[in-house]
Design a protein around this ligand. Sequence first.
Ligand code: NAP
Length: 268
Amino acid sequence: MPPKPPPLTLIVATTPIPSTPTTGHQHAPVRLGIGQNGTLPWPRIKADMSFFARITSRPPAPSPTGSTNAILMGRKTYDSIPASLRPLGKRINAVITRSVEEIARRVQHDLDGKRRKEEEKMRAAGQGQGQGQDQGQGQAPGPQTDAIVCAGLEESLTTLEARYGAEGKLGQVFVIGGAEIYGAALRVKTRGVRIVMTFVEKLAFQEDRGRVFECDTFFPVDEELLQERGWRRVSAREVSEWVGETVTDEWIVEGEVRVRMVGYERVD
Ligand SMILES: NC(=O)c1ccc[n+]([C@@H]2O[C@H](COP(=O)([O-])OP(=O)(O)OC[C@H]3O[C@@H](n4cnc5c(N)ncnc54)[C@H](OP(=O)(O)O)[C@@H]3O)[C@@H](O)[C@H]2O)c1
């Protein structure tokens, strides 16, 4: 039997939202909000943004051929990334859409612009420090910036494997949202599924909106389900092993919010 392919890792930041008001001791189910009006429900949280950037761009281990992680996303999530940043650097951006030709033209245009900027940056760094310093002989190439556009999640996995995996150049595969694509990833039965989840909470109660951020888009699995059937909450040590850096169970306070990173694994 061929070996099971490596697990998919979903990376998501969520804020718990009771779906109905809690009265007395009655416990309202908690939905996990992820988006509002096509963007994130909360203002920029540096601790989470930099965590996301580090773990999705850091290849799993040095390899002689050099490997690059892939980030799979829905077209709406791609559009929610600021134009000056997309496609995200040092990662293979896989954009999923039903309008492949149209979106592929747009993504290719973005990729050309991004590569020009990266080349300019390298030239400037080379002039400052002596040309070619970064490209020492025998060194594995660093992660590359690339983008593909596919008609579905399964197709994106097959394309990544054929284009990069066969040459040993595919690192980890992360699913970065949004709700529709998380839903598709949770339906994949051919590989394991992990979730690295950042909980985001307001520190202070606000008269108008309580403690929650308003959300119109939700993670397809709610908090109770993650605690009950089919999922195992993993230890901070295991999350650290998954992501290649130390993750603790502690809340991190930043401005008016606090964040905490936790992990879940699907148990089949
Ligand atoms: N908190 C977080 O960690 C996080 C992470 C990511 C995103 N978000 C938020 O989530 C929201 C976006 O999520 P979303 O669920 O609305 O959109 P999404 O999943 O990002 O993208 C949806 C799009 O993906 C394409 N698609 C979906 N299913 C498909 C299928 N079976 N075959 C082919 N293409 C398919 C379609 O693109 P076309 O319309 O082009 O056909 C669809 O409109 C935003 O608010 C964003 O900021 C939050």
